[in-house]
Design a protein around this ligand. Structure first.
Ligand code: BGC
Length: 693
């Protein structure tokens, strides 16, 4: 297991805990499972029941301690942008960019570093588990939590979620991947049923969960609010027991989303499905209900023990029983974390348009600058803002502050007609229905007053730059043609203003790539094919995923719909030449094989920059319908002016597979696969053929 690196073994070996009679018991290091069983055997039945939930309304993120045997409270905190204020003892913490911004970096190392930094902050405040990352797939661009999730693509999601989990757990803090599963909208999230076929479920909506479980061993999974084909996530025996535990070998524990068990009918339904923790208030896991169901033989003591055992094991792994001095050190609000937050923001910002190379701006050419728009002075780090992910940082640089710092000495005005350049900061703001948990967005367009501001600005100043601070796609058709430059920095964390200023003035060349397709209009998006059937759900609150596996760019390719901006797209201040492509071998012969594609790249422009080479596969001949393109590899490379590099990209045979409903498993059919190699899903420079034999 990944966390068994030196220091963790050390503290597990030294582990001790106070007991009923005040003495200290030494736990043997070498056999974690024996230690867990030993502790379990000392618990009375009612104590086992007690362990499976939190301390109630005032301590919703801390489980019940069992003092008699020295079990402390296990403490969690919300993520994924850092320690969310409401759940982290009301402490201020580093606010990292939104997950969609991290995904737009296409940088596995930054994902690892972000996970590690958040874990260090959690350690510093004495908690044990991060309730993140959220790895649901972007099905509709309107989903209120699009900013909290990575991508419309399962491969990109898992490639970045795996290092986040490894980064977190490498520090001995637990990660809890959520919301399992097919939780793709906020409207009716507690009552709707996601209706989808088995192939779609596994190939699109479960794939990232499966891969993260297999590759990163997360210590917890959070069951979702919604039903999946009629059965709630937290009592879904197929998803929890059969797939997650038995098929994928998940060793951690499952907890509910907050109050997710309320509409569920039975206690035994949850425990027999494999649910350990009911959060935050006992409902199905009230002691009396558990006792009655056990007495009636509706579940067995073995099943109860398994639920408790899984949870105790994670307590050990996170050092819940260890003395603070035995644990890896924590650190919160450090300069390093703030710089990391800025770096992720800079790497994730996507330049969408740059006509006539208006950007980067040159300080010496700008004497008067107009700064406008509703997001110019907006702070996003407020408690509850956007929902459970709200981190309140010790400071937050607004776009205005970032720009002011950068252009010090220049004249800042609000009348665009007077300025050399006008920058309009528009977007969403984490208010209800504006990138916020519980509420989906109502429209893909910006609010009317923002569109009007863009239009009136560009009318009087042709050098207008639009900066969109938002966490989900925006339709731009009414104004895009008239505006020369558009930057999408997302919600770029507590250093957001500096991120934006550094990009606009060329200290950093933009390199972010879209992790989600930007449709021209909502009806182009597959989830909005037939309202209300496909979204937000019919009169029985069934949401029919009629598009099947054709989610995101898979749909736009298949239906030949022109997106506003395609998946994987993003401009740079420099230009790159993608040269020749070579393979060490172009044959894969088993599902565990990998092959390496070498791609030459040259920076042909006049500034250093980074480009992300993306590889999409297409199964040339298949017994089932396959998408025209599926992302199977990528690598981001930094290339200096005039420099040439060879970028090596690994392709895993298993990522060429489809989910075979007959076999109930993944299948790679023998034959040819075309690898489409390029710089976005719609900018393909080379196609090369490989074989699976
Ligand atoms: C959210 C979860 C969150 C939990 C605890 C729920 O409303 O869906 O993502 O972890 O609350 O705050």
């Amino acid at each position: 297991m990944t966390i068994y690196n030196g220091y963790l073994l050390d503290y597990i070996s030294g582990m001790s805990m106070a007991t009923d009679n005040g003495q200290s018991i030494k736990y043997e290091i070498h056999n974690l499972d024996d230690q867990v069983d030993n502790l379990l055997s000392r618990l009375e039945l009612k104590e086992k029941f007690q362990l499976l939930t939190s301390q109630g309304w005032t301590k919703m993120y801390s489980t019940n301690p069992i003092k008699r045997v020295g079990i402390p409270s296990f403490k969690m905190t919300d993520g994924p942008l850092g320690i969310a204020r409401h759940s982290g003892g009301f402490k201020k913490a580093t606010r990292f960019p939104a997950t969609i911004s991290l995904a737009a970096t296409w940088d596995r190392n930054l994902a690892y570093e972000m996970g590690k930094a958040i874990a260090k902050e959690i350690r510093a405040i004495g908690r044990h588990m991060l309730l993140a990352p959220g790895i649901n797939i972007h099905r509709t661009p309107l989903c209120g939590r699009t900013f909290e999730y990575f991508s419309e693509d399962p491969y990109l999601t898992k490639e970045l979620a795996i290092p986040v989990v490894k980064g977190v757990q490498g520090e001995g803090i637990g990660a809890c991947i959520k919301h399992y599963a097919a939780n793709n909208q906020e409207i009716d999230r507690r009552s709707s049923s996601s209706e989808l076929g088995e192939r779609t479920l596994h190939e699109i909506y479960l794939k990232a969960f499966e891969e993260v479980v297999k590759e990163a061993d997360p210590w917890s999974v959070m069951g979702s609010y919604n039903k999946i084909n009629g059965v709630y996530g937290c009592e879904n025996q197929y998803l929890l027991k059969d797939v997650l535990m038995d098929k994928w070998g998940f060793k951690g524990f499952v907890m509910t989303d907050w109050f997710a068990t309320r509409p569920i009918e039975t206690t035994e339904g949850c425990i027999n499905a494999g649910l350990s923790l009911e959060m935050p208030i006992p409902n199905k896991y009230k002691r009396k209900s558990l006792q009655a169901a056990l007495d009636a033989g509706k579940f067995s003591e073995d099943t109860l023990n398994d639920a408790v055992r899984r949870y105790l094991r994670v307590m050990f792994l996170t050092g819940a029983f260890a003395k603070p001095s035995e644990l890896p050190s924590g650190a919160i609000n450090t300069r390093e974390h703030q710089e990391l937050s800025r770096k992720i923001g800079e790497e994730g910002a996507v330049l969408l348009k740059n006509e006539g190379d208006l950007l980067p701006l040159k300080l010496e050419d700008v004497k008067t600058i107009a700064l406008l728009g509703s997001n110019l002075k907006k702070k996003f780090g407020k408690i509850g803002y956007g929902g459970s992910s709200a981190v309140v940082p010790p400071y937050e640089i607004t776009p205005f502050e970032g720009m002011k710092e950068k252009v010090s000495g220049k004249r800042i005005v609000s009348n665009p007609a007077e300025a050399d350049v006008a920058i309009v900061f528009v977007g969403l703001n984490h208010d209800k229905g504006m990138d916020s948990e519980t509420y989906d967005r109502k429209q893909l367009e910006l609010p009317d007053d923002q569109v009007a501001l863009i239009e009136s600005t560009v009318e009087v100043n042709p050098n207008t730059i639009v900066v969109i601070v938002a966490g989900s796609p925006i339709a731009m058709d009414p104004w895009l043609d008239r505006v020369p430059a558009v930057l999408m920095p997302w919600y770029s964390g507590m250093e957001g203003g500096r991120v934006i200023a550094n990009i606009l003035f060329g200290d950093v060349s933009p390199s972010g790539k879209l992790p989600i397709t930007f449709p021209r209009k909502l009806s182009d998006s597959p989830a909005h094919k037939e309202s209300p059937r496909t979204y937000p759900g019919d009169e029985e609150k069934k949401v029919h995923y009629d598009e099947g596996i054709f989610v995101g760019y898979r749909w736009f390719d298949e239906k030949e719909v022109e997106p506003l901006f395609p998946f994987g797209y993003g401009l740079s201040y420099t230009s790159f030449d993608i040269g020749s492509v070579s393979f060490e071998s172009d044959i894969l012969s088993s599902p565990t094989d990998t092959l390496t594609v070498n791609v030459d790249i040259t920076n042909t422009g006049s500034t250093a920059g980074s480009e992300t080479i993306q590889i999409y596969s297409h199964d040339v001949e298949s017994s089932v319908v396959r998408p025209r393109k599926e992302l199977v590899g990528f690598e981001k490379a930094q290339v200096g002016v005039g420099e040439s590099k060879t970028v090596s990209i690994k392709i895993k045979a298993k990522d060429l597979a489809f989910y075979d409903v007959d076999k109930q498993d993944w299948t790679i059919e023998n034959g040819d696969f075309d690898l489409q190699i390029g710089t976005s899903s719609r900018d393909i420079n080379h196609t090369a053929r490989i074989r699976f034999d």
